[in-house]
Design a protein. Structure first.
Length: 70
């Protein structure tokens, strides 16, 4: 399953909506997705959301859509 993870690039600052970024990972569940990002980045994870069906089709239309592999 593909998960959209919204995050801040650093844990040292308060989150700001304008600075929120997103990445996409493919794992079996949300717990694995969070763990994968936490172990491989310094990011402050805000939200982990499963993406499937029409939502996935919509996200794939974005030029920034790319599955991140660690």
């Amino acid at each position: 399953m593909i998960f959209k993870i919204t995050y801040q690039e650093t844990k040292g600052r308060n989150p700001k909506r304008e600075d929120t970024k997103a990445l996409y990972v493919e794992t079996e569940d949300a717990v694995q997705a969070r763990k994968l990002v936490e172990e491989n980045t310094p990011y402050n994870i805000e939200f982990v959301q499963p993406v499937e069906g029409k939502h996935l089709a919509y996200e794939q239309q974005s030029p920034d859509f790319e599955i991140t592999e660690f």
